[in-house]
Write a protein that binds this ligand. Structure first.
Ligand SMILES: *Cc1c(COP(=O)(O)O)cnc(C)c1O
Length: 438
């Protein structure tokens, strides 16, 4: 399988999977996409029940021609051996067959663990013995940084440099980002997430600096994060089928559109999934696109669902590629935008109505689901829980009126001391910091 940049419309610059995984972003600033989408029918998954086994079958065509092809099984088993339970929703607030796909059972209690571990395992597999230490640069609005840090922590041959916007991630997220130590270096930037992302992109695009520090990206634009995220949607789709249920409508808390796009791709490949509903916070870019058909990126707004504070979702470029010449809105994609007051209300009533404490991101999906139910929709709905609520204690605890205890893996990280260094919101400050690490 060959890969092209979304901006290489004449397909002049084919790339291997291994090259695309190592590079992150394409040199022209586009995102890597496969030359074609393979088709996988239900029969291709006969006998595969676990997430790693399903991932292996699903991803095999994408790995044809890769140096990692013969190790795909091992990679899936090492990286994706995490639970992805589907928990039926019950309680007085439930008005139809609804369930939660819990994606917070990884080491940092957010869905980004699945993909970050997969990418790290692939990059470790591609590493040559005599290569210099690679620096994985990551700008984070909270959850990506922790997932990438956990995935590369103590891996020989890699160091992680995390940039996060000071004061704009939850206190527990900030603590977690600085709690790894060792080969993980954490900087709190005096600026916004957009500043952090701009600094990382500028350095990755600077050939001299990228070569000097052996830079690589692990942001959600990386193909190595997009591909494995399809696996849990395949796993869920097959579980519904096995129980004789119709394909579920899938409701996904969305920001940069990596997780949502993975679900859309899984459906395009042939897995039985119904409508895909992208639940956003107050950032209006996607809902405006859905209403008007026009896309306008803009600066991000800060909201209670901070990991979705994205005003110009990078993965939209992949959506445009996928539906080139067609209207994606007609293909079973819907967007529901949710403001902060509604997020608060959904978190506050979660225990009474559903017996669940929602994280602020998942609360957006709950609201989207209830809007559909009000319109009379009665099909099975699968709500994606992207993080554990204890990660957002400063928002959630006051609303539910008690402390939500973190799952064991998160508690273990939070018990460690945390250390971060200040950084100005300038690319020069980042290259100075990198030079100091050598
Ligand atoms: C990153 C994140 C999202 C948004 O995911 P995208 O792939 O950027 O759309 C939603 N919820 C949580 C908890 C996240 O960490």
């Amino acid at each position: 399988m060959r890969y092209y940049s979304t901006r290489d419309l004449r397909r002049e610059w084919p790339m291997t999977l291994d090259g695309a995984l190592s590079a992150g972003l394409a040199p022209d600033g586009g995102l890597y996409v496969p030359e074609s989408l393979p088709h996988r029918g239900v029969r291709d998954f006969a006998g595969a029940r676990t997430l790693p086994a399903i991932a292996e079958r699903l991803l095999a065509p994408f790995f044809s021609g890769s140096l990692l092809r013969d190790r795909l099984r091992e990679i899936c088993h090492e990286a994706l051996d995490l639970p992805t339970p589907i928990v039926p929703l019950a309680g007085p607030g439930v008005s139809g067959p609804s369930a939660v796909l819990e994606l917070f059972h990884g080491p940092t209690a957010a869905f980004k663990d699945y993909a970050a571990r997969f990418l790290a395992t692939c990059l470790a597999g591609l590493r040559q013995r005599d290569e210099p230490v690679r620096t994985v640069l990551v700008a984070t609005s909270g959850d990506t940084g922790g997932a990438v840090a956990a995935a590369f922590h103590r891996r020989p041959g890699f160091r992680v440099v995390i940039l996060y916007p000071e004061g704009r991630v939850s206190p527990r997220q900030a603590h977690q980002l600085g709690a790894f130590g060792g080969n993980v270096h954490c900087y709190r930037v005096a600026g916004t997430f957009d500043d952090c992302q701009r600094m990382v992109k500028a350095l990755l695009a600077d050939r001299t600096q990228a070569a000097r520090f052996a830079l690589t990206s692990a942001n959600s634009i990386s193909l190595g994060r997009l591909l494995p995220q399809m696996a849990y949607y395949a796993h869920a789709a097959l579980a519904y089928l096995a129980e004789g249920q119709s394909p579920p409508t899938v409701i996904i808390p969305s920001g940069n559109l990596g997780n949502g796009l993975a679900a859309i791709l899984a459906r395009e490949i042939g897995l039985p999934l119904g409508e895909i509903v992208l639940a956003t916070n107050a950032n209006p870019t996607l809902s405006e696109w859905h209403a008007s058909g026009r896309y306008h990126g803009r600066p991000s707004l800060a909201t209670l669902a901070n990991a979705m504070d994205v005003g110009d979702p990078s993965n939209f470029e992949r959506l445009s590629w996928l539906y080139a010449g067609r209207d994606a809105r007609a293909a079973g994609i819907r967007v529901e935008r949710v403001d902060d007051d509604t997020i608060e209300a959904r978190v506050r009533e979660g225990e009474a109505a559903y017996g669940q404490v929602w994280c602020p991101h998942t609360a957006c999906a709950v609201e989207a689901m209830e809007r559909l139910r009000k319109q009379g929709r009665s099909e099975p709905m699968l709500l994606v829980a992207t993080a554990h609520p204890a990660k957002f204690d400063s928002v959630v605890d006051p609303l539910v009126g008690h402390a939500v205890s973190p799952p064991p893996a998160l508690a273990e990280i939070l018990a460690r001391p945390s250390h971060s260094l200040p950084m100005a919101a300038e690319t020069g400050a980042l290259s100075t910091a990198l030079a100091a690490l050598e």
